[in-house]
Design a protein around this ligand. Structure first.
Ligand code: ATP
Ligand code: LTN
Length: 328
């Protein structure tokens, strides 16, 4: 049997997971699970690059682990673990910090956006991408399935790895982003020109995965659209485009088929049908989530097994990298 290519991805245990995270990342991880040897991480070290409440962070880690499983990540096919449980992430992160020109980090658009929102910008926020590079490189991942917004970070990971390999000899596998065309960037319901974001708490902005069905339907029915009437995939009308994108990813079909399906209908019908497919998707996820969180002990045991498996792979890469630069 040929070895399946390795995949690595992660989500921060901060804020409230939304349909953008599901459609841009988690759902794709699940669909492709059989094709790859998967490592899915809860990146808590990344979450503390902005201030977090300790008790809440701890709760969010468990919540996210349960959500991974509730969305269909299978422990037979994937290793699920928490970043801080595998010390090699912080250790390789440091080595890579010492190999990355500051100018590369200064250029990152996520750093610019996020630091603009902070009163005090922590050094960790600037070094976020080198830690992300460590995550990916430790597992020699060939592919990194993410949403559009993470493309620049994966390009930086490639640059850092290539620079290291050039200076010290072949050490790291150069990863590639896996970004699906449909739903790679879901926009806010209240503002269809801005990315739906976990850290935006405005009511009616996001569709939370664990949200109350009635509130979710209401938010979708109130989604900002324009004054036109046509239901087509027209980028000039971002509100309708966004709803159609969500619909396409969940209901399937080509753009032409979906436009034909909605021909002659009004925005009310579009919103109702989007709400129907969204709620039908979320219902089984929420049921499974409630079952999983009922047993915190079992969830902790799953994460401990995941960390053990991940450490074996990560420690071997860390040792190689340490030795390359003259440590140990
Ligand atoms: P924040 O806004 O707080 O940074 P986020 O919503 O961007 O959070 P992340 O933890 O940064 O969430 O991202 C987790 C995964 O979800 C990443 O793969 C990211 O690309 C994807 N993702 C996030 N937002 C969207 C979105 N609006 N559309 C598609 N994919 C998204
Ligand atoms: N920066 C990512 C989260 C993340 C990640 C990773 C994604 C941290 N490490 C490694 C893929 C691979 C984000 O989604 N904001």
């Amino acid at each position: 049997m040929t070895k399946r290519p390795r995949v690595f991805s992660g989500i921060q245990p901060s804020g409230t997971l939304h349909i953008g995270n599901y459609l841009g990342a988690l759902h794709n991880w699940v669909i492709d699970q059989d094709k790859y040897d998967n490592f899915f991480c809860i990146v808590d070290l990344h979450a503390i690059t902005v201030p977090q409440d300790p008790a809440q962070l701890r709760a969010k880690v468990r919540e996210l682990a349960a959500l991974y499983l509730a969305c269909g990540i299978s422990l037979e096919k994937s290793t699920v673990f928490v970043q801080s449980h595998v010390s090699a992430h912080a250790e390789l992160g440091w080595v890579l910090n010492c190999q990355t020109p500051i100018g590369w980090l200064n250029r990152m658009t996520q750093f610019k956006d996020k630091s603009a929102k902070q009163e005090t910008v922590l050094a960790g926020l600037m070094n976020y991408p080198t830690l992300m590079a460590a995550d990916i490189l430790l597992y020699a991942a060939e592919y990194v399935p993410v949403g559009e917004d993470q493309k620049q970070h994966i390009e930086l990971t490639r640059d850092v790895a290539e620079r290291f390999n050039h200076l010290y000899g072949e050490t790291f596998v150069i990863p590639k982003p896996l970004i699906r065309e449909v739903a790679a960037r879901i926009m806010g319901l209240d503002e269809p020109t801005a990315k739906m974001s976990k850290s935006t708490t405005a009511l009616g902005h996001a569709i939370p995965l664990l949200g109350d069905p009635k509130a979710t339907r209401k938010a979708i029915m109130r989604a900002v659209t324009d004054s036109g009437a046509e239901i087509t995939f027209d980028r000039e009308r971002p509100g309708v485009h966004n709803l159609l994108n969500i619909y396409q990813k969940l209901a399937g079909g080509t753009q032409a088929e979906i436009e034909a399906h909605f021909a002659g209908q009004g925005y009310g019908t579009l919103k109702r049908e989007v709400a129907d497919v969204v709620l039908a998707t979320l219902e089984p996820i929420q049921t499974r989530y409630n079952e999983l969180t009922a047993d915190a002990g079992e969830l902790d045991a799953i994460l401990a097994r995941g960390a053990e498996r991940a450490s074996e792979v990560a420690n071997a890469t860390l040792l190689r990298a340490y030795q390359r630069v003259g440590l140990r």
